[in-house]
Ligand binder design. Structure first.
Ligand code: TNX
Length: 488
């Protein structure tokens, strides 16, 4: 039972086995839409490799022996929204949780306890045994995130869905999409159509770029929701805006649209602070994004605005915050937003500067994304063929062996919403490139976000991570076979 990532809070192995067979059924109780959906989700994960029917049924009374039972009936409220208890006995499997999210996470643990070939997409030999015992598990942080930069290089709906599936497998529950930058605007905005059709028409290196229609974006949001993942859209303002400025001349202080940009420099673009149309534009974009976003957060960027004067920057962020609030959402900004007057409902995202302490003193919460630990676009070491190294090399141990609660002096655990691993895509053109950089380091972030510090150690983790080699391979993930990990 000691192969699960993120490491469960409490595991007690009983030493026997339960075997999934052609006769196994999946029961849920009560018969609600979310629970039925989780039953089908589990069945769909298990059917290709087992070749079994695995029908999903509603349990009226206790389920018959020998089956898999997912239930919220009479479960322990101490498990919270996301916790679960998984009990595997020779005569049945039971996952109990206070709500559907907990059941969903129990299902991920169940998948990880089966032989790795369960993740293959074609029928495999089996047998499909599970170790008996009990796992009781709840997350440390509510925010366990990843960020994908679809602006520097564009990644289509199928790529984003694949990433979502992989996040879910490791109990990550937030996907922040970096939807605009100097090199591209990736979401259709009805009031400003050129943003996507012209501003989204290229990418780093001069390739074709692309954008999501609002229907496609809504499909991503729904797909993520079914996997208990919240999508957080980011429109990066007031810097990182060349694609918008190129699309509409009137957004520029001099009314001249710059050309589209396909390089990788940062810090040269800014919205115009003194034009009313700037705020009409931001209000229109935020309104349309808010309508596409069931979750409470909208990210307005705010990083590296070196082409914006410092007092203009403060005015900008405070106005964006008011606009976000007027559309019923909470603002997230990169750490630089800590310099402004923040609402206590706002959130800042740390990447390298301890000034986030200024945000905490205003009551705002912090997402921890230290570049030197969590940036998945940093090279592993000097031999990495992809990535950058401005924050140093991030090898496996560096990505794993740290504690969010002790990293920044003025930011204790209570002020931390959680952790997030961003992947910036200046050097990453394809999903294979993204996977090579994200895996296996994304698993470090998943474990730091979920598992308590006590009981975590690099020496134990590297052995456990090694058992995920065949699992990632079965999923077709192009992961980096780090030499420090004893891959099976
Ligand atoms: C810094 S970290 C950026 C991004 C780049 C990234 C490359 C942050 C908030 N901004 O614009 O893509 O470095 O690693």
């Amino acid at each position: 039972m000691n192969t699960v990532i993120p490491k469960p809070v409490a595991v007690s192995a009983a030493g026997g086995i339960f075997t999934i067979t052609a006769a196994t059924q999946i029961y849920v109780a009560p018969e609600t839409d979310p629970l039925i959906a989780i039953g089908h989700y589990l069945a769909e994960r298990l059917r290709p490799a087992t070749g079994y029917a695995l029908p999903v049924l509603a349990a009226n009374a206790a389920p018959p022996a020998g089956q898999i039972y997912l239930t919220t009936v009479g479960s322990d409220p101490a498990l919270g929204d996301e916790g679960y208890q998984l009990t595997i006995a020779p005569d049945g499997v039971r996952i109990a949780a206070a709500g559907p999210a907990g059941l969903f996470y129990g299902v991920q643990t169940l998948r990880q306890l089966l032989p790795p070939s369960i993740e293959q997409s074609t029928k495999q030999a089996g047998p499909w045994t599970l170790p008996t015992g009990t796992i009781r598990d709840t997350p440390r942080f509510e925010w366990r995130g990843a960020m994908l930069d679809v602006a520097r290089h564009f990644f289509g709906v199928a790529d984003v869905k694949r990433y979502i599936d992989l996040l879910a497998f490791y109990k990550l529950n937030r996907l922040h999409l970096h939807l605009s930058d100097d090199q591209g605007w990736r979401i259709a905005i009805n009031a400003w159509p050129n943003l996507a059709t012209y501003g989204g028409s290229t990418e780093v290196g001069g390739g074709a770029g692309g954008y999501y229609t609002q229907e496609e974006y809504a499909d991503i949001v729904a797909y993520a929701q079914q996997r208990y993942i919240m999508i957080i859209p980011e429109i990066d303002l007031p810097g990182h805006t060349n694609a918008a400025l190129a699309s509409y001349a009137e957004l520029n202080c001099d009314d001249v649209a710059p050309p589209l940009y396909t390089g990788i420099e940062v810090g040269f673009s800014s919205l115009c602070p003194d034009k009313a149309i700037t705020y009409t534009f931001v209000d229109d974009v935020i309104r349309e994004l808010a309508a596409l976003t069931p979750g409470p957060y909208l990210h307005i960027g705010g990083d590296e605005a070196v082409a914006t004067k410092p007092d203009d920057y403060v005015r900008f962020i405070e106005r964006f915050q008011a606009i976000v609030q007027s559309h019923g959402k909470r603002m997230i900004g990169w750490e630089e937003a800590s310099r402004t007057t923040l609402l206590p409902s706002s959130v800042v995202q740390f990447w390298h500067n301890p000034l986030v302490g200024q945000a905490v003193r205003q009551g705002a919460k912090v997402i921890m994304s230290p570049a030197s630990r969590t940036y998945l676009d940093m090279k592993y070491d000097s031999s990495s063929p992809l990535g950058q190294n401005w924050a140093g090399y991030v090898d496996m141990q560096t990505s794993y062996a740290w504690d969010p609660a002790t990293l920044v002096p003025d930011v204790p655990e209570d002020d931390i919403l959680g952790v997030e691993a961003p992947i910036w895509s200046e050097t990453l053109e394809t999903m294979r490139d993204v996977e090579y950089m994200a895996f296996p380091r994304l698993l470090s972030c998943a474990e730091i976000g979920w598992s308590p510090m006590s009981g975590r150690s690099w020496d134990e983790y590297r052995l456990r991570l090694g058992t995920h080699g065949p699992r990632l391979a079965a999923l077709g993930v192009n992961f980096y076979r780090a030499e420090t990990i004893p891959w099976r």
